[in-house]
Design a protein around this ligand. Structure first.
Ligand SMILES: NC(=[NH2+])NCCC[C@H](N)C(=O)O
Ligand SMILES: [Mn+2]
Ligand SMILES: [Mn+2]
Length: 324
């Protein structure tokens, strides 16, 4: 039987159990191969590595999910938005999978898959945090992109460029398949790190909602150490300075020379160490409850092994792999 945990703070969290959900899904963007991310990460030995670190791991349904049995028979674009019903149903199920782990006090790790899956992962985690602690979830979004386009501002129609706008609730337009999403993220509870390819309208949105965003320019200026200090300080404002944090890590935040197997690479990104420092510093807060590792696409580039290996080591760093 599951232990009954205290509800008064996040200490109930069983920091030795990780619920892992493998999201072999690529429908939020046009390129094949990102659905292979989870398979490659598991083949690289991630579960064994986490077990070696003394974690008990629970793989959702003991398999990699492609969710294909839930795909609608047809999914015509709605306006410019591509595959809204498919992205919608996958995320609805994913939200529940993450919620189930989180409500049992497990850390939740989601391996992607394209970044549209953060609609589900963060919805599920925020629901669990609300229910257990009556607190709002805080989110750190590591990415070259802001992924905050709305159906009105998107130029590509790819939903992996829009998850944040759905999580915050920036659009009232009810699009079939996506109409179940309940806004669960307040703009002040979000921090971006690594931005360098932000669309014009997205810049307006970041300004309008006063979202804390650290670009590569800011990292050059202050150094990654100070950026993390400022990030954690920002997420410690408000009535619950220790509230839980979810980390959504898009591998394209790293420089393409470091991790090039990803669908929308952008030059001038994070170094290997900067990426790991972020994970280590967040582990040290003791507040991390969830991690998404997304946009690993082994079908792109000729050194996908590096990208997969780095994905694994970022995950281990987030869960506290010690360097000494
Ligand atoms: N998760 C990602 N890699 N997103 C890239 C988004 C690119 C562009 N801003 C768009 O809206 O399509
Ligand atoms: Mn990105
Ligand atoms: Mn992204």
């Amino acid at each position: 039987m599951e232990e009954i945990h205290r509800l008064s703070d996040w200490k109930y969290l069983d920091k030795k159990q990780i619920g892992i959900t493998c999201v072999a899904f690529s429908g939020g963007q046009p390129k094949g191969g990102v659905d292979l991310g989870p398979e490659y990460v598991l083949k690289a030995g991630l579960i064994e590595q986490l077990n070696e670190m003394n974690f008990k791991t629970v793989l959702t349904d003991n398999k990699i999910h492609d969710y294909k049995e839930f795909f609608p028979k047809s999914d015509e674009p709605i306006g410019i938005i591509k595959r809204p019903r498919t992205v919608g149903i996958v995320n609805k199920i994913l939200a529940d999978q993450v919620y189930q782990h989180a409500k049992l006090g497990r850390l939740a790790l989601q391996i992607g898959g394209d970044h549209s899956m953060a609609i589900g992962t963060i919805s599920g985690m925020a629901r669990a945090v609300k229910e257990r602690l009556n607190q709002d979830l805080k989110v750190i979004w590591i990415d070259a992109h802001a992924d905050i386009n709305t159906p009105q501002t998107t130029e590509t129609g790819n939903l992996h460029g829009m998850p944040v706008s759905y999580l915050i609730g920036l659009t009232d337009e009810k699009i079939e398949g996506l109409d179940w999403i309940v806004p669960c993220l307040k703009p002040e509870n979000l921090v971006y790190i690594g931005l360098r390819d932000v669309d014009k309208d997205e810049k307006q949105i970041l300004k309008k909602y006063k979202i804390q965003a650290f670009s590569m320019h800011d990292i050059d200026r202050y150094g990654i150490g100070k950026i993390l200090d400022m990030t954690i300080e920002h997420l410690s404002k408000g009535p619950y300075p220790n509230s839980p944090i979810h980390l959504s890590f898009d591998i394209d935040a790293l420089d393409p020379t470091v991790a090039g197997s990803t669908g929308t690479p952008v030059r001038g990104g994070l170094t290997f160490r900067e990426g790991h420092y972020i994970c280590e510093a967040l582990h040290d807060t003791g507040r991390l409850v969830g991690l998404d590792m997304v946009e690993l696409n082994p079908a792109i580039g000729d050194c996908h092994e590096d990208t997969i290996t780095i994905g694994c080591s970022l995950i281990r760093a987030t869960f506290g792999e010690s360097l000494l």
